[in-house]
Write a protein that binds this ligand. Sequence first.
Ligand code: HEM
Length: 158
Amino acid sequence: MQPVALPERAATPSEAASEPAAGAEPAPDPAGQLEKIWETPKTLWGELTTVDHKKIGVRYLVTAFVFLVVGGVEALVMRLQLAGPNLRTVSPDAFAQPFTMHGMTMIFWCAAPILSGFSNYLVPLLIGSRDRAFPRLNAFTYRILGRFGVPRVDAQGR
Ligand code: HEM
């Protein structure tokens, strides 16, 4: 059986009113413009300077994991010293340093970034917003974590 060609439907009055007249400027698309302004360019520089809450959230979680390992190594030094009574595995000073560093690493560079990671990733999705309230400030905050976390571990024992 031959398919029946239906006559083209005439535009409803509201559709006709919303269509731009021939030769007129296309209607502005604020949502599309916003997307364009804030999207991450697919370049290395784009990745380094991204303000995308999902990317920053994942980076927080990866960073937290790295510092979990660092804090674990610091705990290991303590455990080696405390494996038996009166061991002389490390000097009192060399024990005190990983002890202090372990507490700080675990709380400020592991536990707190885990919360930041999940909240960065999930909250904008849950509340239906495009990104965090201050995306650039949010990206800057993540940078501070690494900026002070790495030299802090590196300074141990000096
Ligand atoms: C999320 C936070 C933390 C995690 C996941 C964590 C994890 C660990 C782990 C796995 C050990 C090794 C345990 C063992 O070898 O028996 C350890 C030991 C230790 N942690 Fe933490 N820790 C955290 C926070 C802290 C804080 C805030 C402090 C205090 C400032 C602290 C002080 C110590 C001490 C003194 C030891 C040595 C105890 C021992 O080995 O007998 N930890 N920690």
